[in-house]
Design a protein around this ligand. Structure first.
Ligand code: OAD
Length: 257
């Protein structure tokens, strides 16, 4: 893909304005500025909790109380978090017709809280609890209080309705995400290390279907220099804030003809 030699953020905004059918894929990095730790890296959740012991379905079935030590931290932190400028900026871009959907690996609900309407939750949401024995579901706020382990009416320990390692992706989310990837003009990948399958396949699907791939991340990832066409190095809020400003610039709107 040919890109201009100027400011890469302006160039990305120009491509977004031109194609007007962007889809966004987000990961934990977009919520870091809301105070939610990411997973990998020295400050990440997996530095504190070994995911094989705390984040697999098998671990939950074997020792749900132990897994709730990690879940308690996640539910508490996410419960107090508010959407940041990046979440709100994406909602603005949806409102103005630049972005048509957000696919998120995050389970914090902050895209919806920030105003995004078309959100595909690839890994579920912490807002809901499910019984892995009788399948009854409950809003988390009805069953969970800090420090407690939530119980089903049948007496079993409830699991947040999120995807743990070893669980399949909810089929509708998977179908919708792949359809969005196949048909978008631009895929904007924000704040994900792109190491977890099948979410990390979405950029490749978009690319192979002809989309431009724009990556927003302060670091390089497995996508950078490979699937990514434009890497915008910086925090999500800073870069999206600039894209929102640029997208209001009438000189970026390329007339179709
Ligand atoms: P990771 O923790 O693997 O990656 C977070 C990414 O965000 C890194 O590439 C950081 O460089 C980047 N980042 C950090 N701060 C940022 C900021 N302010 N703005 C933009 N980017 C920033 O998290 P994910 O890739 O989301 O799944 O992890 C994917 C999945 O692995 C999660 O959904 C979870 C986890 O295990 C399950 O638990 C099934």
């Amino acid at each position: 893909m040919r890109t201009g030699g100027g400011d890469p953020i302006r160039e990305a905004a120009r491509i977004l304005a031109e194609r007007r059918n962007a889809v966004v894929l987000t990961g934990a990095g977009i919520s870091v500025e809301s105070g939610i730790p990411s997973f990998r890296g020295s400050q990440g959740m997996w530095a504190k909790y070994d995911p094989m012991e705390y984040a697999t379905l098998h671990a939950f079935m074997q020792s749900p109380r132990k897994v709730w030590e990690m879940l308690t931290e996640m539910v508490s932190v996410c419960g107090f978090a508010s959407p940041n400028a990046a979440h709100k900026g994406l909602a603005t871009l949806e409102e103005t017709g630049v972005v048509r959907a957000v696919i998120t690996q995050n389970v914090d609900g902050l895209h919806q809280a920030g105003g995004s309407r078309r959100v595909i939750e690839f890994h579920g949401n912490l807002d809901e609890l499910i019984c892995v024995y009788c399948w009854k579901r409950y809003p988390t706020r009805d069953r969970w209080t800090p420090g407690s382990v939530p119980l089903c009416d049948c007496g079993e320990i409830l699991k947040p309705n999120v995807v743990l390692f070893g669980e399949p992706i909810p089929w509708l989310a998977q179908e919708q995400a792949e359809e969005e990837a196949r048909t978008c003009g631009v895929l904007v990948v924000i704040g994900t290390s792109a190491q977890v399958s099948p979410a990390c396949d979405i950029p490749r699907i978009a690319k192979e279907s002809g989309a431009a791939v724009v990556e927003i991340n302060p670091e390089e990832t497995f996508l950078t220099g490979n699937v990514t066409d434009i890497h915008l190095r910086g925090s999500a809020s800073e870069v999206i804030g600039k894209i929102v400003i640029f997208s209001r610039d009438p000189t970026l709107q390329i007339p179709r003809g």
